[in-house]
Design a protein around this ligand. Structure first.
Ligand SMILES: CC(C)(COP(=O)(O)OP(=O)(O)OC[C@H]1O[C@@H](n2cnc3c(N)ncnc32)[C@H](O)[C@@H]1OP(=O)(O)O)[C@@H](O)C(=O)NCCC(=O)NCCS
Length: 171
């Protein structure tokens, strides 16, 4: 668990299921995520279980983001270990984030992303962190640029034109 000026990042809990459902059942949230929002709360339970298993197996995984002033779950952010090959890379750490729509546009993704990068470089001692986003997801690309990522290339991810970003730890 770690915190920023406005946010707490902590492990995802089974009790986050309702807020997670609000997040992942929203078609707008899923616009650049394959356009298949979650329809059943049971699917959310599986996702939370899956992420909690990653904490155990990999020592890292997406984290719940809580807004401190209201103690409210607003979304998730964090690093994920990708073991399988994607864009000719495997066993790499990727930064991701996703927020409930009513919390967009307040700098929360950028604030959470910076804290996750700091955690990855300082605590996990990573040398590089990657990120991917739909080529048309301009907001996400802006967040990546604001947090110091560099665009590397565009690749085909199962038919989706996807932008690949990288950030290297400063010496
Ligand atoms: C992407 C997402 C996490 C961004 O969250 P957020 O908290 O609104 O992001 P921030 O406020 O930190 O930063 C957004 C930036 O994008 C800019 N932006 C917003 N819409 C934009 C657009 N259409 N084109 C260019 N920039 C845009 C904002 O102005 C802001 O930059 P600024 O601070 O310089 O003004 C949020 O929109 C989301 O959850 N989307 C759905 C899930 C998703 O796409 N996740 C990412 C998958 S890779």
């Amino acid at each position: 668990m770690f915190e920023t000026e406005r946010l707490i990042l902590r492990e995802l809990l089974p009790t986050d299921e309702e807020a997670m459902f609000e997040l992942d059942s929203d078609p707008e949230v899923h616009k650049y995520l394959g356009n298949s929002p979650v329809e059943e709360i049971e699917d959310i339970r599986k996702i939370i279980k899956f992420i909690r298993q990653q904490y155990i197996d990999n020592g890292v995984g997406r984290l719940a983001v809580i807004e401190k002033s209201t103690n409210t779950f607003i979304g998730w952010a964090g690093l994920k270990l990708f073991k399988n090959s994607i864009n000719n890379h495997s066993n790499f750490y990727e930064l991701g984030y996703r927020f409930i729509k009513k919390y967009w546009g307040q700098g929360f993704a950028t604030e959470a992303a910076k804290a996750c990068l700091n955690y990855g470089f300082e605590k996990l001692n990573l040398k590089e962190i990657y990120a991917m986003t739909d080529k048309n997801n301009l907001t996400s690309k802006k967040v990546l640029e604001k947090t110091g990522f560099t665009y590397v290339e565009t690749f085909d991810d199962n038919g989706e034109q996807t932008d690949w970003f990288k950030i290297i730890r400063r010496a």
